[in-house]
Design a protein around this ligand. Structure first.
Ligand SMILES: Nc1ncnc2c1ncn2[C@@H]1O[C@H](COP(=O)(O)OP(=O)(O)O)[C@@H](O)[C@H]1O
Ligand SMILES: [Mg+2]
Length: 244
């Protein structure tokens, strides 16, 4: 279980997260929607321990991300894929995926490579293990990014707008992989602008607005006129998304 409790985060005087409460139970797929600047990436970075909290607490299972001694274990459990392709350019696809399992989890190289190859196969990149990131399309790089996160066998997968830099065809490639992961029971926290896709795969949808969690509802209720849509900010956001 990931538990975000009354989390506040400010940069200087500016509050970016303002008392956010959120839980993600094992097996759940939760999407985070919200306008640009609402604090979505900051929330993901806080869960990952990349930002120091200004207040509140985040627990990943029994590990508190604010406790230096617990952070490494918390991080191992929550694999993260970011918007930009942050693969190491000087390493092959296989090298990128096996680095952390070998260095952090101390897996034998053979075992790490076998798992990496199986993951690549599962995302349709079985033949690209020896390619360098620069030789791949954006969609292929994001699929490698997903494999790299999954190679750590995380309990939770955090995804921050992993398709927003991709063209529609590549977006579809990546979303297909994520839909399969969701079906397989992967626990996911999914920041996205892909509203229709979020609707298809999510158990719950939360809406962040200016650092506050305005809505946290089962997906069906989120899109209902008496549920999430009753919030003017949500209705406005969704109508804008549909026009774009
Ligand atoms: N390192 C930082 N320093 C100062 N301000 C930041 C920093 N990171 C994010 N912000 C600000 O926090 C707000 C929320 O940003 P972000 O979490 O990236 O939003 P989102 O992902 O929803 O677009 C924005 O106003 C952004 O400018
Ligand atoms: Mg963001």
């Amino acid at each position: 279980m990931i538990r975000v409790e009354n989390v506040r985060k400010s940069f200087g005087q500016t509050p970016v997260l303002d008392g956010v409460d959120l839980t993600i139970a094992p097996g759940e797929v939760v999407s985070i929607l919200g306008s640009s600047g609402s604090g979505k990436s900051t929330l993901i970075r806080c869960i990952n321990g990349l930002e120091r909290l200004s207040g509140g607490r985040i627990m990943v299972d029994e590990f508190d991300v604010s406790m230096p001694k617990e952070l490494a274990e918390a991080r191992k459990r929550s694999g993260t894929v970011f918007q930009l392709f942050n693969l190491y350019p000087h390493m092959t696809v296989l090298g990128n995926i096996t680095l952390a399992p070998i260095e952090v989890l101390k897996k034998p190289r053979g075992e790490a490579e076998a798992r990496a190859r199986a993951l690549l196969e599962s995302v349709g990149l079985g033949g690209r293990a020896d390619a360098y990131p620069a030789q791949l399309s954006g969609g292929q790089r994001q699929r490698v990014g997903i494999c790299r996160a999954l190679a750590m066998q995380p309990r939770y997968l955090l995804l921050d707008e992993v398709t927003s830099a991709l063209d529609p065809e590549m977006t579809a490639e990546v979303l297909t992989i994520l839909a399969k992961l969701a079906q397989d029971g992967t626990t996911m926290l999914f920041v996205t602008h892909e509203v229709e896709f979020a609707r298809q795969i999510s158990d719950r949808i939360v809406f962040l607005d200016k650092g506050k969690l305005l809505v946290d509802l089962p997906t069906k209720d989120f899109f209902d006129n008496s549920g999430g849509m009753a919030q003017p900010r949500v209705a406005q956001f969704l109508s804008k998304m549909r026009k774009d």
